[in-house]
Structure formats: C-alpha cells, structure tokens
Design a protein around this ligand. Structure first.
Ligand code: GFB
Length: 334
C-alpha cells in the first residue's frame, strides 16, 4: 500500500518511531526501511526522555514530523506488572500523554498508538471484540498497565473528537520475536520459556518449571507481523480507517485469531529445544487472565492478516535468541 504525500511537501514523509530500541519499535523500523519515501526519525532514551514533557514538546517543535508510531512504553510480564503497578501506570501515562499532546500541538498528520489486549475485561466474551472495552472489571494482575493503555485510546479518540486529529490505535495480542525481553523475572511467558528450555538442555537439567497451572490460554503474534499490521493501519486513508472505527470505539485488534494453552506452548518450545525431561507446573505462581483471544474481523475487513505461524515464529525466535542472547547468560549454562 502506498503512502499519501507528506505535508512536508519538499521532502519524504518524516516518520517518528517512538521506542525504536524495543522489540516492537525495532520491528517497525525494519519494516519502514522497506519504504524509500520514508525518512525515519528515532531518539534513544538518553537523547529524548519521553517522560519529560518539555523535552518532548521541543523535539516535536523542531523536527516537523508527519507521522508517529507510538511504540514507546514500559512493558513486562505478569510478575513485573504485579510488583510495579505504580511504575507501569505512571511511565505509560506520561509517555503517551506527552507524545500525543505534542503531536497535536505540532500538527502531526497521523499518529498510531500501540496498546495491548489486556485492556479488555478479565472475563470478556471470547474472542474479544473491540467494543468489549470497559464492559467489565479488568484482570487485577495488570490493571494499572491496562488503565494507562485505555487512557491512551481515549486520548486519541478525544483529540479526534475535539480537534479532528487522525490519531489511531491498534491493540496487539501477546507479542514475541527478536529483541524481546528474555529476563526470567520481568519478561513475558514466551521468551522466558525459550530461555528456560534452552538452559535446561544446555545444562542437562531434568525439569523445566512453568508458572501457574498451564491452563491459561494466550494468542501469540510475531512482532514482524505486528509491525506489518501497524504500517498497514497507518497507511489506510482517513476514510478507510474511520469507516470501521467509530469516534467512540476507534481501536483495532491485531492478532492471529488462534490461541494455545500455556501447557501447549511449553510443549511446542520443548520440542524446538530438544528437551527430553519433565515439565513441572508451579501452582504458587499466578495464572492471570484465563483467556485472551482477540476478534480480528475489523482488521481482516481492512485487508490485513498475520503471515507467520506460531511454530515458524517460535523456531525463528529461538534461533535469534541463541545467536544474540545466550552469551549474556554464561553463568547459567556453564
Ligand atoms: O506472558 P505473561 O507474563 O503475561 O504470562 P500475561 C502469561 C501466562 O504464562 C501466565 C504463565 O499464566 C503465567 O503464569 N507463565 C508460565 C509464565 N511460565 C511463565 C514464565 O516463566 N514467565 C512468565 N512471565 N509467565 C501480560 C500483562 O499478561 O501480558 C501485561 O501482565 C501485558 O500487562 C502482556 O498485557 C501482553 O499474558 O498474563
């Protein structure tokens, strides 16, 4: 799909990827580099602290940005969310509030806010439609993070309603892929299990411990598919995007349409790693939401579907981890 022309009439479309060093932001940059007509703008946290409003305002005032992918966020797995709710709600509210308002003030043409499927009620009907938002209580383990993400969606809708901004939102399911966080405490289940099974094989361990009951179900989307879906959504015309989104329910789910139990995920990763020992479940660790499967008909109607199967994505990410990550865990596998 081609881009509409840049308001910066003389030059290429100036696209700011906020959070370009993270898993999602780096995938977005890889994807956007395929478009010659883009000029991609990035800043590290040292260069631009998005939690500081004045720095963000100066940056937008100086850079003449046309489009923003707002992929900067504080993210983490179930344990990190339960232990640091204050950090999750504060940092995310600050980052998104500063970027969205500065984008409006600087006249940015389009913005895409990236959220999370944890915005939906804990017991939402499955698969979850966009309009399930705020129809029931949230999952307590990530309520603070979810409230921040809901605020981001509502900010985009409010700036559209009051000022006519073309600020859009996509809600991905659980993501994984290159540049994921493989830390066992703060990361999500998929990278944690890739690391646990790798380490078990490398050290000859007989068991791998999986948190919780193994019964919760999750939908996993490769981050390259997420990047493709984000670019697709950004490149829809204003009429196309707002034909499915309404001013009061404007976000679009991004997923694969299928889910697996955590026990099934562990089985798949066990197979990839060549592990032949026993998988144990730790009932003292939390399960979180029983099921998170997105209804993806809105995005499908707009012409996008995921390409990578979970099996392919897991094998690719396992290989990436072996190539890029394991040297930092030398003590575990020695
Ligand atoms: O990926 P995860 O941490 O987050 O955990 P959520 C998913 C499920 O995997 C839970 C189980 O039932 C965990 O108990 N699990 C099993 C493990 N073994 C492990 C392990 O070694 N590490 C981890 N981390 N989990 C997060 C939210 O929820 O999802 C965030 O907390 C965000 O806010 C993110 O929305 C997408 O899927 O439960």
């Amino acid at each position: 799909m081609s881009l509409t022309s840049s308001p910066n009439a003389a030059g290429p479309c100036r696209v700011y990827v906020a959070g370009h060093l993270g898993m999602v932001g780096s995938a977005l940059v890889r994807k956007l580099e395929m478009f010659r007509e883009h000029s991609i703008i990035t800043r590290s946290r040292q260069e631009l602290d998005l939690t500081r409003q004045s720095e963000v305002e100066s940056f937008f005032a100086d850079e003449h940005i046309d489009r923003v992918y707002l992929a900067a966020a504080k993210v983490g797995g179930i344990k990190a969310n339960m232990e640091m709710p204050a950090d999750f709600i504060r940092e995310n509210l600050q980052i998104q509030t500063h970027v969205i308002h500065a984008a409006f003030s600087a006249g940015v043409e389009r913005l895409l806010f990236l959220g999370s499927s944890c915005i939906y009620p804990r017991l939402a009907q499955q698969p979850m439609l966009e309009d399930a938002l705020m129809s029931g209580p949230l999952e307590p383990s990530n309520e603070a993070y979810a409230v921040a993400k809901i605020a981001g969606i509502k900010m985009c809708e409010s700036y559209r309603h009051q000022y006519g901004c073309d600020f859009r939102s996509v809600m991905p399911t659980n993501l994984y892929g290159p540049n994921d966080n493989f830390d066992l405490d703060s990361g999500h289940v998929l990278p944690a299990l890739l690391r646990k099974f790798y380490t078990a094989v490398a050290t000859g361990s007989e068991t791998v411990t999986v948190w919780g009951s193994g019964r919760p179900r999750r939908e996993f989307l490769h981050v390259d598919d997420m990047a493709a879906a984000s670019v697709h959504t950004m490149n829809l015309t204003t009429a196309q995007y707002w034909s499915v989104a309404t001013p009061r329910c404007s976000h679009i789910n991004v997923g694969t349409g299928t889910d697996v139990s955590i026990a099934q995920l562990a089985g798949l990763i066990s197979g990839i790693s060549g592990f032949s020992g026993q998988i144990q479940f730790d009932p003292d660790m939390p399960d979180g939401t029983p099921r998170k499967l997105l209804d993806i008909s809105r995005l499908r109607a707009l012409g996008w579907e995921a390409e990578l199967s979970l099996e392919e994505g897991l094998a690719q990410t396992y290989a990436w981890m072996v190539q890029h990550e394991i040297n930092t865990w030398a003590d575990e596998t020695a």
